[in-house]
Design a protein around this ligand. Structure first.
Ligand SMILES: [Zn+2]
Length: 321
């Protein structure tokens, strides 16, 4: 009796459904030579009506905004000496350090704001990305928080930065749906910082609840999605709606596996559903492509400093290096 009850329950989970319908051998590195891949990708871009750029951390790294190495050890020397320990590996990890006071927290974040948001200016590689897309109807979806897409030429109406901005702050508890420009504050803090701390009078307070403020970066449930965020989300939805009818290239730049649910996986889902779309995936070492996409996808495993330049040269017909 018990055995019958058990065997009578038929599971719907099989290896195929577990793999979301993708064959287990599907995710492959393409064997096509680099030059041929660049030609294929350039052809896709030239023939496209619409370009949807999806950009992750790899693009900013390739553009020069590396989070570790000399940029970290040189700019954050006194922080590394003061706060020793596992957090002080790079700027990303250091952001998670349990700073002992608000003065210490803003000491760090004002420095980060200067190094990653205020001082770099527009980076040449981002300008090239703009030139790849400027002549087509385009939109940018990015998890990057360094504001480069807004500096390099794209109209802010065509950019959706989902994860925040190194130059904006919000209430720690997200008590009201607003974010605040912090650039001037960071510049003043940068002048006044001593021993990695800012003076107490400079510590920002929430204008509504009076509590502490925080960076406007998505790291917990209190992340504030303000009016501009929601407008960008709406415009992105409208663009996607138009893409359904048009020859669309998904140009994925350096979107790895930190938050693959925002760009990488949705792009693959779009590819499976919409046969009018093609995918160009540029990544330093994670350009694996579902083989079932066939000739609709190109995955170029290379330094994007080179591959984006080569792609632009092939598309524009001039020497861009
Ligand atoms: Zn508040």
């Amino acid at each position: 009796m018990i055995q019958n009850m058990l065997s009578g329950r038929k599971s719907n989970i099989t290896f195929q459904t577990f793999l979301s319908g993708m064959p287990s051998r599907d995710y492959v590195f393409q064997q096509t030579p680099y030059e041929e891949q660049i030609r294929q990708a350039a052809k896709m871009l030239k023939e496209a009506d619409y370009i949807l750029i999806g950009a992750g951390a790899g693009l900013s790294t390739a553009a020069g905004l590396t989070m570790g190495g000399a940029r970290f050890t040189e700019n954050f020397k006194e922080f590394i000496e003061k706060y020793d320990g596992p957090y002080m590996r790079d700027m990303y990890s250091a952001g998670f350090y349990p700073f002992p006071s608000e003065e210490a927290k803003w000491g760090y974040w004002s420095k980060n704001g200067m190094v990653n948001r205020v001082l770099p200016g527009v980076l040449p590689l981002y300008k090239k990305v703009y030139r790849l897309a400027e002549n087509k109807r385009h939109f940018v979806l990015t998890t990057n928080v360094d504001y480069q897409f807004f500096l390099c030429g794209f109209d802010e109406k065509n950019v959706f930065a989902t994860q925040g901005d190194y130059g904006r702050i919000q209430c720690r508890k997200g008590c009201h749906p607003k974010t605040y420009d912090a650039i001037k504050m960071f510049q003043q803090m940068d002048q006044a910082r001593e021993g990695c701390m800012v003076p107490s009078y400079m510590v920002p307070k929430c204008p509504v609840c009076g509590g502490p403020m925080e960076m406007n970066l998505r790291c917990d449930q209190y992340f504030v999605e303000d009016d501009a965020w929601h407008e960008a989300e709406k415009r992105f939805g409208e663009f996607l709606g138009e893409c359904e009818e048009k020859k669309t290239v998904l140009l994925e730049l350096g979107a790895g596996f930190n938050t693959p649910t925002i760009i990488r996986f949705p792009f693959e889902k779009l590819m499976r559903v919409h046969k009018n779309m093609s995918l160009i995936r540029l990544n330093l070492d994670e350009a694996v492509i579902p083989a079932s996409f066939g000739e609709r996808a190109v995955g170029i495993n290379a330094d994007m400093g080179k591959s984006i330049g080569d792609l632009l040269e092939e598309v524009s017909g001039h020497d861009e290096r």
